[in-house]
Design a protein around this ligand. Structure first.
Ligand code: IMP
Ligand code: MG
Length: 176
């Protein structure tokens, strides 16, 4: 089975408007507070880079990368860091910036790690919230767009490491 990218679901204009709205919320929530903004690699890299330019509360920034092994639909899949956080989180607010929250298993793992490191509060910002597919009680506090179904690529999101460079978000089509 081959694939190709299909129609634009969220354009550059749609994305940049939402990015600025989310940044305003962040600036309001965290004014005067110690904040670490954490980018989850690789998928969130483009969203993070655009978002952080509008964040005016002098955050520290860091990057993590998470890998999951095993069947993605089984609750027992193993999740671990392939790149851990480097900053201290003790008594700081943490805002996680992720590409897509689907089942929520990866974010559940990350929340546990952040809590163990003494974060003062934790919030989750995700470009795409696939709420209907959640298997955990993970909630997205700040979401760009909600998506009920479909596989999407572009603006950082990949299919087998392809299409991350597209400047907009497109549906992926499979050709039989
Ligand atoms: P989960 O919430 O632990 O199930 O995993 C979410 C991760 O699955 C995201 O960070 C993406 O890497 C990946 N993912 C889920 N849906 C899509 C999609 O439509 N396009 C690209 N990646 C996706
Ligand atoms: Mg991901």
């Amino acid at each position: 089975m081959k694939e190709k990218f299909g129609k634009v679901l969220f354009s550059r204009g749609d994305i940049s408007r939402r990015v600025q709205e989310i940044a305003s919320d962040i600036n309001r929530f965290y004014a005067g507070e110690p904040l670490v903004v954490l980018c989850v690699l690789k998928g969130a890299f483009m969203f993070f880079a655009d978002l952080i330019k509008h964040v005016t509360v002098l955050p520290e920034i860091d990057f993590v990368r998470i890998a999951s092994y095993g069947n993605s639909v089984s609750a027992g899949k193993a999740i671990s860091f392939t790149k851990d956080i480097e900053l201290s989180l003790q008594d700081k607010h943490v805002l996680i910036v992720e590409d897509i929250v689907d089942t929520g298993h990866s974010m559940q793992f990350l929340f546990g790690q952040m809590q163990a490191r003494g974060a003062k509060s934790m919030r989750l910002c995700a470009l795409i919230d696939k709420q209907e597919r959640r298997e955990t009680d993970v909630k997205v506090d700040l979401s760009g767009f909600k998506l009920a179904d479909g596989f999407i690529v572009g603006y950082g999101l990949d299919y087998a490491e392809k299409y991350r460079e597209l400047p907009e978000i497109r549906l992926l089509e499979f050709i039989h």
